[in-house]
Write a protein that binds this ligand. Sequence first.
Ligand code: AMP
Ligand code: GLY
Length: 429
Amino acid sequence: MHILILGSGGREHAFAWKIAQSPLCEKLYVAPGNAGTAAIGINLPISYNDFEAIERAVSEHNIGLVLVGPEEPLVNGIVDFFKSKPALQHVLVVGPDARGAQLEGSKDFSKTFMQKYGIPTAASRTFTAQTMAEGFTYLSAHTLPVVLKADGLAAGKGVVIAETHQQAKETLLDMLVAHKFGEAGSKVVVEQFLKGIELSVFVLTDGVSYKMLPEAKDYKRIGEGDLGPNTGGMGAVSPVAFADAAFLKKVEEKVVKPTLAGLQAEGIAYVGFIFVGLMNVKGEPQVIEYNCRMGDPETEVVLPRIQSDFVALLQAAATQNLANAELSVSAQTAVATVVVAKGYPGEYPKGDTITELGKLDEVLAFHAGTKLNGQNVVLTNGGRVVAVTGMANSLENAIRKSQKAAGIVQFKGKYYRKDIGLDLIRLKD
Ligand code: AMP
Ligand code: GLY
């Protein structure tokens, strides 16, 4: 089968690495890809939001399966686009349609969905410019801190945890009136603050059956000790020691099953990944958010632990045959450290030469923001530049491998967190 992956980050490089190992994959294409994916498959210079160009590439290269990496094309309806084209009916697409992608594309939709289907989540209310006065009254009486979320996609930046009522009201104004997040902030979800430990659970579904993939913990803040602004993710660990079998069983029973039942009740035929962001509140799962895709950098620790043929799993999901598919998971621990450009998550330079990638022998190096220049030299091309994944029988050794590699990779102004996974060692002890 010829396979096309859409996207250009570490997640997509990890997908490409795993898919290329499958005997079912004859030829692999990535659009637009990065320097890492260019070494495994063929990069196509196409934006993942350019559906017509993707359609042409699918016909030209005889693609049988498309795996959609990022949320944006899903929310924009790439799956609906494929379904609407007679010439594309035979192409398997892994990803939900636009309605299913609303689980991530609209916080208001996902909160309403969770409330309707009894999925545990923080109490919330949604406000618009028309109901702002009510919003102010609601905020004045709210416990602190209080969480405000722009309804639409905001590249991980649309969540504000307000410590005072004043800040909460200013945030509501910023979103609803000053349009700080554009259209994404035309509705705002005001939500109770949850105190607990966060983790991410990943599910692959064909709409009816599902497989629970390995769970992971993400390190979202730029600074060590979880300080400073939010990023796309500075590192990840899988498995997560505090998520024991009993907790994961609760997640499956109280979150995953009712989520799938809810999607079916809504008439949404969901194919693809559901990424559930959870808070473990005193041993009970509470859903913080859904994403309609895999996480980045979580994929860089989840996929290395999957031992089964990943293409067979994707194919089974896209053909409603997941119940018969096999999933086996390695007991090893995987730790990814993301090496980022100076200034990230703010402004950062691009085009700096990356060296020493060839010296990484103990890790998987997944390119996140890289590109090749004309001379085959790897250059930085994003805020998150490379994710290095160490695998070992212990968390400590996996951390050591990943951190050592993060220290070896070189480019001007590089930065990485030195505390990825250390909190989990402390929790264990
Ligand atoms: P989200 O975009 O919904 O993932 O939110 C970004 C981050 O804000 C989450 O990863 C949490 O760390 C934090 N967050 C979101 N909602 C809550 C909440 N209700 N209570 C505490 N923290 C939250
Ligand atoms: N690492 C968080 C995400 O992919 O949304």
